[in-house]
Structure formats: structure tokens, C-alpha cells
Design a protein around this ligand. Structure first.
Ligand SMILES: NC(=O)c1ccc[n+]([C@@H]2O[C@H](COP(=O)([O-])OP(=O)(O)OC[C@H]3O[C@@H](n4cnc5c(N)ncnc54)[C@H](O)[C@@H]3O)[C@@H](O)[C@H]2O)c1
Length: 350
């Protein structure tokens, strides 16, 4: 039977994937240090789906030994991270320890037990200044890219050089490159996915990370929201977690074919949303009057328009996303209504 270890396995991505693969009949072990507020709520869902939970920290290599993790794990999904771009500036050492050294520990464990690794990388490996220098035009609700070379989005060949990725981006590039290198150096199989904006139910979004769910949660509970730079016209491609699960399933099935590959993964050019459009959708379709404050200054290294060129994943794996951003909002809203009491408790202090 296929055995999967998911680091960060109580987080938004990790828990959703754990349940997806458990339902497929795989044996799943979720490892998490529960540092993300909200992740503790995944534990009953994991238990219900017969997923083994291990309280562990990827920064500590001993945690891979102490817990007597099985040595016949086929693949590790490394989703554990400090995923906020803001915390990197507040505490770079912590973020690099978690995202970079943590990934090194995962790779070393994988090497020891001869497991494959699928790595959660990010669009933040691409330098902000370079992304923002691509020609664009301002429209009523969004910026649009006018440079023909990037009409299909940002490809994997885009330069990662420069000094404007955010500390989070830096910590992830190092993990990303280590995964590429370990595939060549040590004959373990790795796949690197550079995800843009992921969303879906059970994403405990906050202003600093997980903006899509945060926008829906804050609108629902009438919490204050701000456009952070770009007049709310910044654009992201948006990918629902169910489409992520299908991609990872294909990567596991085709691990020999995709060993060492890097993929830019997101909703792609068809599934994009600006902040203004998100606000309008929640108002027009769901009747939520978003409580918008002053526009704040844009964050360091922030991208104005980021859309993934997802053609490589389509070409090699036949994968493409199915759930559009509007449907994703509808699914998130249904979850908020179902889990209103838990969410109220978590967001009460905001
Ligand atoms: N959500 C997005 O839009 C997005 C976009 C691009 C990339 N990513 C990447 O996807 C991955 C998953 O993100 P997410 O949205 O599920 O975030 P999340 O915060 O919901 O999940 C991460 C989980 O990792 C756990 N964790 C943190 N530090 C740990 C440590 N040292 N040891 C063990 N567990 C630890 C947290 O408690 C949390 O449960 C991350 O690697 C992130 O960088 C996310």
C-alpha cells in the first residue's frame, strides 16, 4: 500500500491532501508542530479519516527519528512552512530555519529511507522588481499584462536572480534548489511545484497569508480589510485545493517522469482575480458589504500581477485546473457557514 508522510499535515494544504489520499486508500501520516493558528482544528478531521498524526517539527532532525516514522514511506509531501511574507522581515532566522533547514531535514530523511519528495515552492522565488517590470496597463478593476511574451503567464524559465523576493521567497528558493540538487546528487526523486495563490475550505486565512479565504472570512464577519498597495488592482491566479490534490496524485503516479522537474502551478490565465473584483463578487453574489479601510502601502517585494504559465504541467501530466475563482469563493463561503462557531472563536480577537 502506498505510504505518504505529509509535513505540515494539519495545515490548510496538508490536511486537505491528507484526507484526499486517505480516501484513496493510501496510508497517510501527518506531521505538524501546530504553530499555525487554526491547524489544531484539523486534528478531529484527520482522526475521522484514520490518518496518523505525529506532533513534530521539521526544524529538528531528531523528530524524524523520535517518532519512529516508518521507513517504507514512498513519498513525502513537504508542505510545512512559515508561509507569510511579512514574518520573514520580522524574524528572518526563524523563517529560514523553518523553510530552508526544515526542507534540508526532510531531504536527509528522504535520502535515508529512499523516499520521493514533492516540494511546495512558491511564485515568490521570482524577484519582485523583475515581475513588476513586465509591461502592464491599468484597467478599471485590475492591471493587465500587455507584454506578449507573458500573456500565458510566468514560465519556469523566468529568472530567479535578484534581491527582491522577500525573506520568505529567499527561504523557499533555497529549499527549491536543494530539492532540485538532491535529485541529481543523491538519486532520490523530487518534484518542485512553484504555487501561486492556493485557496479552499479550511484555510485559516489572515491578512499576512491566505488572502483568498481571508477576504471571504473578513467580509462574512465584517472584519476590517485593506487593499495593500496597487489600489486593489493587483491580480493573482487562483487555484482551488481540489485541483492541487489532482495534480499531486498525477505527480505521484508519474514520479519517474517528473523527477527533478520544476512546475509553475496556479489557476493560470483563465482563473484570475483582483482584490477589487473579489470585493465586488462577494458583494454582488453573496451580499457581503466588505468593510474596507484606507489603502495601505504595497509590501516589499510584492508582485503587482502574477499569473502562472501552467502549460508545462498540462504538457507533461495532462493536468489543468477545473474550479474557477468564483466557485472557490462559493465553496469557502459554504465552509464558513458550516464551521461558523469555530471561525468566530478564532477570529474574535481580530
Ligand atoms: N497558501 C498559498 O497560497 C501558498 C502559495 C504558495 C506556496 N504555498 C506553500 O504551500 C505550503 C502549505 O501552505 P498552507 O497554505 O497550507 O500553510 P499553512 O500555514 O496552513 O500550513 C503549514 C503547516 O505547517 C505547520 N508548520 C509550520 N512550521 C512547522 C515546522 N517547523 N514543523 C512542522 N510543521 C510546521 C503549520 O503548523 C501549518 O499547519 C507552504 O510550504 C507554503 O509556503 C502556499
Amino acid at each position: 500500500m502506498m505510504k505518504i508522510l505529509i509535513t505540515g499535515g494539519a495545515g490548510f494544504v496538508g490536511a486537505n491532501l491528507a484526507i484526499y489520499f486517505a480516501k484513496k486508500g493510501y496510508q497517510v501520516i501527518s506531521m505538524d508542530n501546530l504553530s499555525r493558528r487554526g491547524s489544531e482544528n484539523a486534528l478531529p478531521r484527520l482522526k475521522k479519516n484514520k490518518i496518523t498524526f505525529v506532533h513534530g517539527d521539521i526544524r529538528n532532525k531528531e523528530d524524524f527519528l523520535h517518532h519512529h516514522l516508518p521507513t517504507d514511506i514512498n513519498v513525502i509531501l513537504n508542505t510545512a512552512a512559515e508561509p507569510s511574507a511579512i514574518s520573514g522581515y520580522q524574524n528572518p532566522e526563524f523563517v529560514i530555519q523553518t523553510n530552508t533547514i526544515g526542507t534540508l531535514n526532510v531531504l536527509e530523511f528522504a535520502r535515508r529511507i529512499n523516499s520521493s519528495v514533492i516540494q511546495w515552492s512558491t511564485n515568490k522565488v521570482y524577484c519582485g522588481e523583475k515581475i513588476n517590470s513586465i509591461k502592464r496597463k491599468e484597467k478599471k478593476t485590475r492591471y493587465i499584462i500587455t507584454d506578449e511574451n507573458y500573456k500565458q503567464g510566468i514560465p519556469e524559465t523566468f529568472s530567479i536572480d535578484g534581491g527582491d523576493h522577500s525573506i520568505y521567497g529567499l527561504s523557499k528558493i533555497m529549499g527549491d534548489m536543494m530539492c532540485q540538487e538532491y535529485s541529481k546528487a543523491f538519486n532520490i526523486k523530487t518534484v518542485i511545484n512553484r504555487f501561486s495563490c492556493l485557496c479552499g475550505p479550511y484555510q485559516w486565512g489572515k491578512c499576512a497569508q491566505g488572502w483568498y479565504a481571508w477576504w471571504a472570512i473578513a467580509s462574512y464577519f465584517k472584519l476590517p480589510l485593506h487593499y495593500i498597495g496597487w489600489k486593489g488592482k493587483q491580480v493573482r491566479d487562483v487555484l482551488h485545493i481540489d485541483d492541487v490534490a489532482e495534480l499531486i496524485d498525477l505527480e505521484i503516479e508519474n514520479i519517474h517522469k517528473v523527477n527533478g522537474e520544476v512546475f509553475n502551478i496556479g489557476g493560470g490565465p483563465k482563473f484570475t482575480m483582483s482584490l477589487i473584483e473579489a470585493t465586488e463578487y462577494l458583494k454582488n453574489e453573496h451580499g457581503y458589504e466588505t468593510c474596507l479601510g484606507q489603502i495601505e502601502e504595497s509590501r516589499k517585494a510584492d508582485h503587482c500581477v502574477y499569473v502562472s504559465d501552467i502549460r508545462k504541467a498540462k504538457r507533461i501530466l495532462g493536468w489543468k485546473p477545473k474550479i474557477n475563482p468564483e466557485e472557490s469563493f462559493d465553496k469557502i463561503i459554504s465552509w464558513i457557514k458550516k464551521d461558523e462557531a469555530t471561525l468566530k472563536h478564532i477570529y474574535a480577537h481580530k
